[in-house]
Design a protein around this ligand. Structure first.
Ligand code: 13P
Length: 257
């Protein structure tokens, strides 16, 4: 596998954190720290309320902005939801879809992940689609079945051209916010499995072009080892993305990874 076939992508997922002034302060701190990381796509995925501020603060820099969810309909009676067009109109380029917290707390299913992914792509947004097994699924030794099912369902009907615009984040649910990181070998094993699944569903060249991230307690201390693995092309970072210096260390680990 040749890592140079795809872009390293480090994305922060801020989750439900930061008011607008706090968001501005954090992004102002991040910008100069990552300005030299030209070969890495650096993204901050922020709460809806921070998007406009974030797009303005990062204008002209190499930090791109993403949302944390998107609805699949274009408009209509969907109280509390946000459409893909509303995001692109703001200058948002990426969107996290199917995060395990949304699957766990907000009834997200592979079917709705699939609909959101297609809606995002149709509007020109790049989806960061999250997949990952629960601890008991890993203990039952069905990690590969779970991941294959998620990949098949989440990308059902997505063309080869469109999947190349997508990012896949492997986030083992047991590693999120727990301080328990998958070992670099565990992360590599599943990221390679995801690529093999894509090769079966599409073809090898398409699979080789898709950026696959690891997420789950990635931090300044463990990023370099995780990102050195041949199929771990980037990271989706929760807690550590809220600290400018730590986030910058992870971005620079990707430059060298
Ligand atoms: P942590 O990095 O806080 O474990 O969160 C990972 C995550 O859920 C990123 O989407």
């Amino acid at each position: 596998m040749n890592k140079s076939l795809r872009k390293a992508i480090i994305a922060g997922n801020w989750k439900m954190n930061k008011t607008r002034p706090e968001a501005k302060e954090l992004l102002e701190a991040i910008k100069p720290l990552v300005a030299d990381a030209k070969d890495v796509e650096v993204i901050a995925c922020v709460p809806f309320t921070n998007l406009e501020t974030a797009v303005n603060v990062t204008a002209g820099s190499n930090v791109k902005i993403g949302a944390e969810n998107v609805h699949f309909e274009k408009s209509g009676a969907f109280t509390g939801e946000i459409s893909a067009d509303m995001l692109t109109e703001l200058g948002v380029e990426y969107v996290v879809i199917g995060h395990s917290e949304r699957r766990q707390y907000f009834g997200e299913t592979d079917e709705t992940v699939n609909k959101r992914t297609k809606a995002a792509l149709a509007a020109g947004l790049k989806p960061i689609v999250c997949v990952g097994e629960l601890l008991w699924e890993r203990e039952c030794d069905i990690t590969e079945e779970v991941i294959a099912r998620q990949i098949k369902l989440d990308f059902f009907g997505v063309s080869a051209e469109d999947i190349k615009k997508s990012v896949i984040a492997y986030e083992p649910v047991w590693a999120i916010g727990t301080g328990k990181t998958a070992t670099a070998d565990q992360a590599q094993e599943v990221c390679a499995f995801i690529r093999a699944t894509l090769a079966k569903l599409y073809d090898q060249a398409t699979a080789d072009a898709v950026t696959i991230q690891y997420g789950g307690s990635m931090n300044a201390g463990n990023a370099a080892e995780l990102l050195s693995k041949p199929d771990v092309d980037g990271g989706l970072i929760g807690g550590a993305s809220l600290k400018a210096n730590d986030f910058s260390v992870i971005v620079h680990a990707a430059v060298n990874g």
